[in-house]
Write a protein that binds this ligand. Structure first.
Ligand code: UTP
Length: 276
């Protein structure tokens, strides 16, 4: 198995119902925080971690994502040499530095199923997963760059976690484990549960939308039965890996905004606006 992580999978097939009607004809991943779509932040984070191959799982009504990571000749021609040209500098840099490939999830059967759909783009190598609606900000190395370091140390699946208020556990995958190294905030995961009610949650450590996965996860997902909400959950597949000691949870440094919710999206917008 190759050990260097070059590929990043973006499951982006979800309906984004919490953002209707905005997401009726537009992918949630294209919602902009200031002038940049969420998925571009995600791709830039992957690039910052040294990844150069972006694999995107899309669905119906998501073609704007493909168009975004392509040249728009007409637009480029119109603004070439004008004072507006700089508006395209960042996205051009992204397009120049990496490749993009796409596959479609035909039926939305859950995040685990979306990741399995991406197998054809990933193959037999470890890979990162970014859920673009979780927008991460860090003053130092990006969250994915931090996780890559953890992966290089432990050579197994890595999930990013943060402490959440106990009453919010039913929005997340929640883990329990033992601290393996307090200097780098890593836990060996012993159990994990998808969206438990607060009284059933094993802790208040929630998984956010950043993962590093080894390719043996695909076979495990194939064996995973639908769980919470009738969906094939990545949490359930990872639990099987955790039982073999193959999952590390890492408490990342930085801030995460849940841009899949209106509240988190507004918070992110304010945060990035004040940074500017
Ligand atoms: P969410 O739980 O946020 O679902 O999915 P959603 O459909 O995007 O949004 P709401 O809850 O209806 O508002 C978490 C991530 O998993 C992807 C989504 O695109 C999102 O990035 N996903 C989820 C898929 O790609 N396919 C699925 O079948 C489910």
């Amino acid at each position: 198995m190759k050990n260097v992580i070059k590929k990043c999978l973006f499951p982006a097939a979800g309906y984004g119902t919490r953002f209707l009607p905005a997401t009726k004809a537009m992918p949630k991943e294209m919602l902009p925080v200031l002038t940049k779509p969420l998925i571009q932040y995600g791709v830039e984070e992957a690039i910052s971690a040294g990844l150069d191959t972006m694999a995107i799982v899309t669905g119906r009504g998501k073609r704007a994502i493909e168009d975004h990571f392509d040249i728009s000749y007409e637009l480029e021609h119109q603004i070439k040499g004008s004072a507006k040209e700089h508006y395209l500098t960042e996205i051009r840099a992204v397009i120049d530095r990496c490749t993009f490939s796409y596959t479609r999830q035909i039926e939305m059967k859950g995040l685990g199923h979306a990741i399995l759909t991406g197998e054809t783009l990933i193959g037999e190598e470890p890979f990162a997963v970014i859920l673009a609606d979780d927008l991460c900000y860090s003053e130092g190395p990006s969250v994915l760059a931090q996780m890559k370091k953890v992966y290089e140390k432990y050579n197994c699946c890595v999930v990013a976690i943060e402490e959440i208020p106990k009453e919010h556990t039913n929005r997340y995958g929640v883990i329990a484990g033992h601290l393996v190294d307090s200097s780098d905030d890593t836990y060996r995961v012993e159990t994990m549960v998808e969206k438990p009610e607060p009284q059933d949650a094993p802790s208040n450590l929630a998984i956010i939308g950043r993962y590093i996965l080894t390719p043996d996860i695909f076979d495990v997902i194939r064996e995973t039965k639908p769980g919470k909400g009738g969906e094939i959950q990545i949490t359930d597949a990872l639990l099987q890996m955790a039982k073999q000691g193959k999952v590390i949870a890492y408490k990342f440094k930085g801030k995460r905004f849940d841009c899949g919710s209106v509240e988190g999206f507004v918070e992110a917008t304010n945060h990035f606006y004040t940074l500017n």
